[in-house]
Design a protein around this ligand. Structure first.
Ligand code: NI
Length: 226
């Protein structure tokens, strides 16, 4: 399931990220790439554990916690500390699948990457190219979102970033391990939760709503590994 989650960061928070980026030292993006993806990855990143990356990462995590849509779609068990990248003119990232398991640097923890996420931090008018293209059974999906908006997609998908031909594309990216590993089960829970939210507006006093809410929680009880 691919999902666009708007306004994870406000315009002020995006502007703050951009100020920090202007003062930051960037390193080769291959630092965090696996063997295959390192061969096709041409971009820059903020050093993973730099104070600047961690400050902005916390800003992103706080934005995710405020997003009911993100929580409902992802059912997060563990979120990788957000990383930040930059594609200048002629930079790109060829087709790859993200590594399945990621050690969380500085901790003994590992994360299974169920969901990949990209939070766009540049105004789409300020650069050409730099689309995130995700392949699934329904074809290729090309994504370029307003600054502050997030796209989530299955980490199992082949994806690439097309070459930037003008300007710079700045983004945050990270992975999530979900409490519900199976993508079909997760999608069913999301659909049910969306329908429940709608029914709460339409027929808030209906006893059926209580029963359906119970079904949601009992399915979650069956499928979640908290
Ligand atoms: Ni990737």
């Amino acid at each position: 399931m691919m999902l666009h989650i708007p306004n994870v960061l406000t315009a002020e928070q995006v502007a703050h990220c951009r100020e920090v980026f202007d003062r930051a030292t960037w390193e080769d993006g291959r630092t965090t790439a696996g063997h295959q993806s390192a061969q096709v990855k041409k971009n820059l990143q903020l050093p993973e554990n730099s104070p600047r990356a961690r400050e902005l990462g916390d800003l992103v995590l706080a934005g995710l916690e405020r997003s009911a849509l993100f929580i409902s779609a992802v059912l997060p068990q563990r979120v990788f500390p957000p990383l930040f990248n930059r594609y200048d003119a002629s930079m790109s990232f060829g087709s790859h699948v993200d590594n399945a398991i990621r050690p969380i640097t500085g901790t003994a923890m590992r994360l299974r990457t169920d969901i990949s996420a990209t939070l766009f931090l540049s105004d789409p008018e300020s650069y050409d190219g730099g689309e995130l293209v995700v392949e699934d059974t329904y074809g290729s999906h090309s994504v370029k979102l307003p600054a502050g908006d997030l796209i989530i997609y299955p980490a199992s998908s082949l994806h690439h970033v097309t070459p930037v031909t003008r300007g710079a594309r700045l983004a945050s990216f990270f992975w999530v391990q979900s409490m519900v590993r199976d993508v079909t089960q997760r999608a069913l829970l999301f659909d049910l939760d969306m329908a429940l939210m709608q029914l709460n507006k339409e027929v808030p006093k209906s006893p059926s709503l209580v029963m359906l809410t119970g079904v949601y929680h009992n399915l979650l009880r069956q499928w979640a590994e908290p």
